[in-house]
Structure formats: structure tokens, C-alpha cells
Design a protein around this ligand. Structure first.
Ligand code: URP
Ligand code: ZN
Ligand code: ZN
Length: 459
């Protein structure tokens, strides 16, 4: 059965037209005005609404064994939450740790998503050690269609790689044409500062930020960039949080280093005072890199508006209150992370477009198109054009609502953005031509999501 979305304002990067979109057999087959539709076509009236390409979250954690526990979502819960929020594709970090076998980890992560996700998905393959077998294993994973890696310069002895391993990973990535995403904090400095603070009896969540100050992130970002520069690899800094790290990234870009930058929602909307709240309220806002001094928010928004930051993801990583309380005696044991997959698009629209910080074109670019281009999904995803997947978001800018744990679909017992007002939300969301969401309700087919195979592109 065909699907016709009528009379909406169709927005893609570089174009904004009123008209209709027709989809058949999972793809967009016609775009125009007053399109005819065969009998039996499902018709959606988008008058007064935007029609956006399905949004892409380039950085989520769903299955995640981390800090003595597991993140709370499954692909069943996370994908429904994602779709309700307008995200039709997410890229999950596949994160076996240093003692795990990479290939076995990759198969495990795939098995968790297979038949479970209601939206399409892909993986960034984390390289958490570089041993004898790593090159052949990574070649196999890339041949399977996973053409991006992830390295952590933080999380010493768990996910973290040393400089030698980073060099080997980037050298191989360059050969294979794979982009490398990186969490950029200096692991040694974090470990030393954590030990010092705990030794001084500074155990509450308010000490998390001082244990990984801006200089620690700026060093990691600058070092990653220097390694890219000297290997010729292409990189992407995940969840960049502050001005000093941004300056390190921009300086590298000016030198010609092939580097892109991701911001995540918490750093755009929350500041470190949230993590300084006493007890569990502070713990809920412990993530890495940490929430920063407020002035960094304007820096990041301005960089987004000017195209200096490429994408906005979430680093969706839900741990519930009971799990956060593992860090009652020491902030170093608070599982790092905050959920966000459901709220990213609405918050970005409300606090970005509605407040005049970014225009509609930038919004679509940073929430969808740019990620599709960087990670080998374009033009199948990330735009609206004939031949592309019919992942479409009919977005109602007239909707008004409040973010709340009471109404969320993420599997968690708090929402870090609780009480924030949103101005606009998706009213219809489709995945490859099938309506999956209507007015905040999942109405579609669970398990519809497919693993997206991606070709290497960065030789
Ligand atoms: O605090 C965070 N970001 N938790 C998830 C792991 C990571 O660093 O991405
Ligand atoms: Zn990270
Ligand atoms: Zn992450």
C-alpha cells in the first residue's frame, strides 16, 4: 500500500517547498504538488506542518555493560522512544571491553538488536584494545557493513586505548576507509584527579566535573587530532562539551585535519549546577565529559549555527536511580550517562529553532543529514528525495508540551530534562513508508528495524 503525505512544508538541506510526498515499496517515489494516489493509499494531511527527513541519532548506548551494571534500555524500548521523538535511525556504540573478544562482542551486540528494533540502526565498532587478531577481526566487521570505529581515550583499563593502540587503530582505519569516532579525555589525568579528590574526602557528584576539567578534554581532543594528522585518518569527536576542546578541534581543522565534531543535548541545555545538586539529584546528571560551566552552552550553540559543530546526538545512556546510587559513597562509582533519545529532536527544535539559535536548514542538517553523510547513509537516509528510504517526520510546530518522566517511553525512572517546555513534536513518523508513530503513540510494527550496511568512504 502506498503512502501520501499531502500539503506539508517539505524541508531538506538547501530546500523548502510546499507539496506532497508519495512513498511505495519502502522508498520515496514521487515529490510534487497535488499528487494523485491510487485507491487504497494511506493519506496523511500535513497542512501547517513540516515534513522532515527521518532524524538520525549518531551516538547512543542501548546494550551497555558499564561501571558494574547495564544500561536500562533494550532495543524494544529505545527504538519506540526514539521513533516517538522523531528519530528513525540510530547508531549504537558496540562496546566490548578490553578483556572481551571483539568479534564475539560484535555478534552479541547485533543479536541484541536483531528483530527487536522498531527503527533502522547501525553500529560504531569500538576498538578497546589492539592485539594480534584485531586487524583481521576489524576487517571482517567492516566487510559486514560496519564502517565506523569508536575509540575511548578515557576509561582506563576498561574501554580506554593507549596512544599506541590509537595509532594502530587510525592507521588501519585509513587503510580501510573507515571514520574513527573518539571520546576525548585524558585517562591518566582523570584517574589521578579522581584519586586525589576521593583521598581528600570529596566524594559527592559535584566533584565529578573537577575530576575531568576542560583541560583534560582539550588535551584529549588535541591529541586525537594530532594522531589523525599524522596517520591521515578521518575522525569525529563525540560529545564535545566545552570551549577549550572546541578550540583544539577547530585549530586542527584549520590545519587541514579531517575532523568532525558532535555535540550532545545535555551539554547544550544543562550546566554543571545540575550535577552539583545534593545526592541523587546530582547523580542523575553525572556523565562524561561532565556538564560544564554555563558559558560553554552559548559557545556550542554558536558553533552549531556557524557549521563548526557538525551533528547533535544524545549519548543516550540510561541508568536508573538505583544504579546511580551505586555511587553514594564515591562519585567515581556513579554510572556515567543520561537518557535523551526520545527528547533530542523536540528539544533541539524548541531550544534551537524556536529560540532563534539555529535556522531550520541547520536543524535538519545537524539532526539528520550531516550524520547520514559522515557515516555512509546518504542519500538513502538523511534527506527526502526520490529513491531514498521513506523515513519521514511530519512535525507539528504548534504542539506544546512538557518533558516528564511520567510520559516518557525510555526505560528509566527519571528524565534529566524534566520540566522543560517543548514547542513542537512529530505528529506522524514513518520508517520505510510505514507509519510507526501518531501523535506521541507508537502504532507500528515492532521489530521492523533493519541493520544498515555501510560502505567505507575515507581512504
Ligand atoms: O557518560 C557517558 N557518556 N556515558 C556513556 C559512555 C560514554 O562515554 O559514551
Ligand atoms: Zn563517551
Ligand atoms: Zn557514548
Amino acid at each position: 500500500m502506498g503512502l501520501l503525505i499531502r500539503n506539508g512544508e517539505i524541508v531538506a538541506v538547501g530546500s523548502r517547498v510546499k507539496g506532497d510526498v508519495y512513498a511505495e515499496n519502502e522508498t520515496v517515489t514521487r515529490i510534487g504538488k497535488n499528487l494523485e494516489a491510487p485507491p487504497g493509499t494511506e493519506i496523511i494531511d500535513a497542512t501547517g506542518k513540516f515534513v522532515f527527513p527521518g532524524f538520525i541519532d549518531p551516538h547512543v548506548h542501548i546494550y551497555l555493560p558499564f561501571m558494574a551494571t547495564f544500561a536500562k534500555d533494550t532495543h524494544e524500548t529505545a527504538s519506540v522512544a526514539a521513533l516517538i521523538g522523531g528519530t528513525t535511525t540510530y547508531i549504537e556504540m558496540c562496546c566490548p571491553n578490553r578483556t572481551d573478544d571483539a568479534l564475539a562482542g560484535y555478534e552479541l551486540w547485533k543479536s541484541k538488536a536483531d528483530g527487536a528494533s522498531a527503527c533502522d540502526y547501525a553500529f560504531h565498532m569500538a576498538v578497546t584494545k589492539f592485539g594480534e587478531e584485531t586487524e583481521s577481526q576489524l576487517r571482517e566487521i567492516v566487510a559486514d557493513g560496519t564502517s565506523s570505529f569508536k575509540i575511548f581515550l578515557a576509561y582506563k583499563n576498561f574501554f580506554g586505548v593507549d596512544d599506541g593502540e590509537m595509532y594502530q587503530t587510525l592507521t588501519l582505519a585509513k587503510k580501510l576507509g573507515v571514520i574513527v569516532t573518539a571520546h576525548c579525555e585524558n585517562a591518566e589525568l582523570v584517574a589521578r584527579l579522581q584519586a586525589q579528590l576521593i583521598g581528600e574526602g570529596k566524594t559527592g557528584p559535584e566533584w565529578h566535573e573537577p575530576s575531568r576539567p576542560e583541560s583534560v578534554e582539550a588535551e584529549g581532543t588535541g591529541r586525537f587530532a594530532a594522531f589523525l594528522e599524522n596517520t591521515g585518518a578521518t575522525g569525529y569527536v563525540v560529545h564535545l562539551s566545552c570551549e577549550r576542546a572546541l578550540n583544539a578541534a577547530l585549530a586542527a581543522k584549520e590545519r587541514g585535519v579531517r575532523l568532525s565534531v558532535e555535540a550532545v543535548l545535555p551539554h547544550l541545555l544543562l550546566d554543571k549546577s545540575f550535577a552539583e545538586r545534593p545526592g541523587i539529584e546530582g547523580m542523575k546528571h553525572v556523565m562524561s565529559p561532565p556538564l560544564r560551566a554555563k558559558h560553554n552552552q552559548d559557545v556550542l550553540w554558536n558553533a552549531l549555527a556557524r557549521g563548526l559543530v557538525d551533528t547533535v546526538g544524545t549519548d543516550h545512556c540510561p541508568f536508573d536511580v538505583e544504579q546511580k546510587l551505586l555511587g553514594t559513597d564515591a562519585f567515581t562509582n556513579i554510572p556515567n550517562g543520561i537518557p535523551g533519545i526520545e527528547d533530542r529532536v523536540n528539544l533541539l527544535y524548541s531550544f534551537g529553532v524556536q529560540k532563534g539559535r539555529i535556522d531550520l536548514d541547520r536543524f535538519v542538517n545537524i539532526a539528520s543529514t550531516r550524520a547520514a553523510k559522515l557515516f555512509g547513509l546518504f542519500p538513502r537516509k538523511g534527506t527526502i528525495e526520490v529513491g531514498g528510504d521513506a523515513d519521514l517526520v511530519v512535525f507539528d510546530p504548534g504542539y506544546r508540551g512538557i518533558i516528564s518522566v511520567k510520559t516518557q517511553h525510555v526505560n528509566n525512572d527519571y528524565n534529566g530534562f524534566e520540566g522543560m517546555a517543548i514547542a513542537g513534536r512529530p505528529s506522524v513518523v514513518t520508517v520505510r513508508g510505514k507509519v510507526q508513530v501518531r501523535d506521541g503513540e507508537f502504532v507500528g510494527e515492532r521489530g521492523r528495524g533493519r541493520l544498515l550496511k555501510r560502505e567505507p568512504a575515507y581512504f
